[in-house]
Ligand binder design. Structure first.
Ligand SMILES: [Zn+2]
Length: 372
């Protein structure tokens, strides 16, 4: 699968798409209300197909809803269904049910095979044609097309195709363990640590300035709106820089190693520990991207259970140092006397745990290595 992202040229006509997104939001909220009412009345989860049938009837009478294509409606039902299933399965772990969304904050709608047409660097959606900056050639058959609005008001289209990526990873026979951190983004068991370029921190001054500008303007005024857009644009730029860095790092790591071991993220715990900076580091996003790249290159990402005491075990003698405090960046093993750097020791333990949890036949080793 390949995903393409293109920017739609700003044009008055884009309002048509924004209105479609608002209509999609209204459908989404209606579906959610139905789900909730159904559950209250019958104590059961509302079946997706029942819901779709019901919506089809309603749409016949509602011209505002008709601007949302039937496939986009189906996608909304799928989306809600997925998040409810996730909620029912994992609510004990703190997963929340889907909640109502202001139409302003609703971001996108998705079409599958119908409802649009690509003509050169133009796209026809419904009865309107939009220009977009076609920066790449689209390969493969299109699976989905998503129209997305970002807070600054710009519009993007995301196209997912079935094209197989040609990049196939080189087998290196190397396995590494990584520990996420606040100061060092990834501590590598093999010693090549990766520092985090804190894009947000660099942009922090500017962000502060722009948010001050925003708060000094009269809420809802024209100048307020301009300031809001400037701030949103800076946030978008930071997000893009970060994603770009994640992609590059993922490719680099997947080229270097065959198996990459990580501890399962306990984001809530990390948030408590480190506060809001965690959003800047975006570990979750990084792992998603890494998994995509690993799948592309035939590499493996292994996650270690979050209750594995990666920090407290001595990587030399496996003695558990129960007295280790969070503020201890370095410590000495009471059993064997080895002096440890906290993160480095954790990375080594994660790597070991990862190796032992692997089924060996799933690891592809280079020929030389398997002979030796
Ligand atoms: Zn020890």
């Amino acid at each position: 699968m390949k995903t393409y992202k293109f920017k739609l040229y700003n044009h008055k006509r884009n309002r048509y798409l924004k209105r479609t997104i608002n209509a999609a939001a209204s459908i989404y909220n209606h579906c959610l209300a139905l789900h909730k009412r159904y559950y209250r009345m019958f104590g059961k989860h509302l079946n997706k197909f029942q819901l779709m049938k019901h919506l089809a009837k309603l749409r016949n009478k509602n011209s505002y809803w008709q601007r949302v294509g039937s496939q986009a409606v189906q996608d909304i039902c799928d989306r809600i269904d997925r998040s409810y299933k996730l909620f029912f399965k994992h609510h004990s772990k703190g997963v929340k049910p889907p909640s109502f969304c202001q139409s302003k904050k609703y971001k996108s709608f998705t079409l599958k095979q119908a409802g649009y047409q690509l003509i050169g660097n133009k796209i026809r959606i419904g009865k309107q044609t939009f220009g977009y900056s076609k920066s790449r050639v689209i390969e493969g058959k299109i699976k989905t097309l998503t129209v997305k609005r970002v807070p600054s008001g710009d519009m993007y289209i995301f196209i997912v195709t079935d094209a197989v990526s040609e990049s196939i990873g080189v087998v290196t026979g190397k396995i590494a363990g990584f520990d996420f951190g606040l100061k060092t983004f990834l501590t590598n068991s093999n010693g090549k640590d990766i520092e985090s370029p804190l894009f947000l921190l660099q942009a922090k001054k500017q962000l502060k300035k722009l948010s001050q500008q925003l708060s000094s303007k009269k809420l809802g005024s024209n100048n307020w709106n301009k300031a809001r857009i400037n701030l949103a644009k800076l946030h978008e730029r930071v997000t893009n820089l970060r994603r770009d860095w994640f992609w590059k790092l993922s490719h680099k790591l997947c080229d270097e190693y065959d198996v990459l071991c990580f501890e399962t993220l306990n984001l809530r715990g990390m948030q408590k520990l480190w506060g809001r900076k965690i959003g800047d580091l975006a570990f979750g996003t990084f792992l998603e991207i890494l998994q995509t790249v690993a799948a592309m290159k035939g590499k493996q990402v292994v996650s270690i259970g979050q209750w594995f005491a990666s920090s407290k075990l001595c990587s030399n003698c496996s003695h558990k140092h129960s007295g280790l405090q969070l503020r201890d960046r370095e410590w000495t093993c009471l059993n064997c006397g080895t002096h440890h750097d906290r993160d480095k020791n954790a990375a080594i333990n994660i790597q070991r745990e990862g190796v032992s949890s692997l089924r060996l036949d799933t690891v592809r080793l280079p020929k030389e290595a398997s002979v030796a």
